[in-house]
Design a protein around this ligand. Sequence first.
Ligand code: ATR
Length: 259
Amino acid sequence: MHNAAFNALGIDALYTARDVAPEDLTQVIKALRAPDVWGANVTVPHKRAVLAFMDDLSDAAKRIGAVNTIVNKNGYLYGDNTDAPGYLRALADANITLKDADAVLLGAGGAARAIVYALLTAGVKRLSIHNRTPEKAQALATEFSTLGNVQALPDEELTPRVHGADLLINSTSLGMSGLHEHLSPLPAGLLPYNGFVSDIVYVPARTKLLKDATLQGLATQNGLPMLIYQGAESFTRWTGQNAPIPIMFSAARTALESR
Ligand code: ATR
């Protein structure tokens, strides 16, 4: 999607993917300081480890505790996190009003952190985090408690809280292509009565959770818009230009369909 965007805007740049072993991280980051490098994206499992290598960090990266975008400013590396603004733009696309919303987040892993930050800074009324391992949900809620009303959701309160949710988000790996594809993160039949259902999984495009929600007449969104918008935010940080969003969507869809 980035190369399609560069082409569309006539920008002479190339985006390439690299598989980096943890022991090579120091060297790879050093190479990012070269004058012809604009920056990088960082993904699993290095998003947290790269924090220590940055010369400066955005507030979002600091608070989330993860960097997904590095900008090289004349050899000086600035670590940022565009997952949070990317997620908010995705929800804005679906006309979701977050101010005063009652939100339920499933999962408390790495992907949950940017979502918690995004939703609390956007002013949700309440964010309840439910996780298979409840201690992790509790730890996440405690860590972000200064940003808003966030609490861990015990099993016994899951049903009423999901029923009443304005927004339900899946950040677990359940539903993802592979091992967990046929699984939903919620017990059978449990969905919001009237809320929006967001799944950050984008392969497959329709997870079991999203299919169930659609069958019940609920509006849904998969993880593709978040993927595109976090990329678009990174693109702007590197180039100073607005990203050509429809071109990025189209390139990403083509790449995903040819997998
Ligand atoms: P990511 O960085 O993609 O969020 P992660 O940090 O490994 O990956 O987190 C995965 C999330 O999916 C966690 O919330 C995990 O729950 P645990 O904290 O209990 O491990 C959740 N998850 C993974 N497999 C699951 C399963 N079979 N049932 C329920 N939750 C699961």
